[in-house]
Design a protein around this ligand. Structure first.
Ligand code: NI
Length: 404
């Protein structure tokens, strides 16, 4: 059940500065507190409360209740300068944790199985470190603690509520702890890092009847089967082969008895692509295919199509800045995975549509410690050494972008 294809690197932590290394036990402690109290999207009351309590303790100005459970904090450098936002998501998943660890989830059926407890911790640690070292940067760092990344999406409502204004954000960075990469690596690229996520739900209405008298029926299973097959041609025949795309039918529900022809069939699935110019294309082609097939069999249909998250597109300059910092921290060029891309999605994309920025993957798997289960798995866990590395990378990005 391990997902890491790359060998573990010999992680050299010598580039992590003493003050951040000294913070490591607290980072682990905060992460484990958060891990034990996972909350689903827009229910992050305890999580946001924990974040706000720490910010209060450290005297960092912040606002709570943004897009329901979001928190925004600002840390100011010793001189005026640009505004950099650091975004961390806070929500967990509806999964029952199967790890037998002392810090396992205390909330039945809920689990931090994607590492967002780590993201919240890294942002908190960075805020603390920078608040202790305002002389190291000029300008303002805005920390965006975002709800509901796993859905229905907290980034868009936070933007609507003005988190990128007052002061106006010049650039945004964020990271995802990533078990597809071993500890000691960073996956980064300019342009598309993660895919657009679109969701569809199609009901095909035929005419049911006796399993032995098909001539009186319109068999919804036969019609829906043609649809499933024909949908495969969108990627194979309609999309430019040099542009990637996925059409997945994830569920097919129809019928209930062996001698009854099904009246309706329901198909649900997801569409993924990187190129923003493909927006609208899959939806249109899907509608054409479904409507043509249904018409030819005398069936009708209803298609719900949701353009859920746009693709995550990194700005070239900010991606180069983050890459150069990651190279400094990791020290070995082998630790940078330059063309890391996944068809997974993220609502960080909404921030990146508004301001230039960079989202990147921080390798967090460690096979030798048994920490390599994939994200969203009931045994997901990551190497907490990555927490300090994340703080170091963020802190150095601030110092470079907001040079004092
Ligand atoms: Ni995630």
């Amino acid at each position: 059940m391990v997902s890491t294809s790359l060998p573990a690197l010999n992680v050299n932590l010598s580039r992590i500065r003493t003050a951040i290394q000294a913070l490591q036990p607290q980072l682990v402690e905060w992460r484990r507190v958060l891990h034990q109290r996972p909350e689903l999207g827009f229910q992050e009351e305890l999580t946001a409360g924990f974040v706000a309590q720490k910010l209060r303790e450290w005297g960092i100005p912040h606002q709570t209740g943004i897009a329901q459970t979001g928190v925004v904090a600002t840390v100011t450098g010793s001189q005026p300068g640009p505004v950099l936002a650091i975004r961390a998501d806070m929500d967990a998943l509806p999964i029952q944790e199967e790890n037998e660890v002392p810090y396992r989830s205390q909330h039945p059926g809920k689990m931090h199985a994607c590492g967002h407890d780590g993201h919240t911790t890294i942002a908190l640690g960075t805020a603390y470190y920078l608040s202790q070292h305002p002389e190291r940067f000029a300008g303002t760092v805005k920390f965006i603690f975002q709800p509901a990344e796993e859905g229905p999406g907290g980034a868009e409502p936070m933007i609507r509520e003005g988190v990128l204004q007052n002061p106006q954000v010049d650039a945004v960075i964020g990271l995802h702890l990533w078990n597809n990469l071993p500890l000691g690596t960073v996956g980064i690229r300019e342009g598309a890092l993660m895919a657009a996520v679109e969701l569809f739900d199609c009901t095909i209405q035929g005419r049911g009847g006796h399993g032995a008298i098909p001539q009186q029926t319109i068999d919804a299973i036969v019609v829906a089967s043609q649809v499933v097959n024909a949908l495969q041609t969108i990627v194979s025949r309609n999309v430019d082969p040099l542009k990637a795309g996925v059409v997945t039918v994830g569920s097919f529900h129809a019928g209930h008895a062996n001698n009854v022809i099904a009246d309706t069939a329901r198909l649900t699935g997801t569409v993924r692509y990187f190129d923003p110019s493909l927006k609208g294309f899959f939806r249109e082609r899907m509608e054409q295919i479904i409507s043509g097939i249904c018409q030819s069999y005398g069936a009708t249909y209803h298609l719900d199509y949701d353009e859920f998250y746009p693709p995550v597109i990194n700005d070239r300059n900010i991606a180069n800045l983050v890459r150069s910092i990651a190279e400094e921290v990791i020290e070995t060029p082998i630790g940078i995975v330059p063309d890391c891309q996944t068809m997974g999605g993220e609502d960080m994309s909404y921030f990146l549509q508004e301001v230039p920025g960079c989202y990147f993957f921080l390798g967090a798997a460690n096979l030798s410690k048994g920490l390599a289960y994939p994200h969203h798995h009931p045994r997901f866990d990551f190497d907490e050494t990555a927490l300090g590395m994340g703080v170091e990378i963020f802190a150095r990005c601030v110092e470079k972008f907001c040079q004092a």
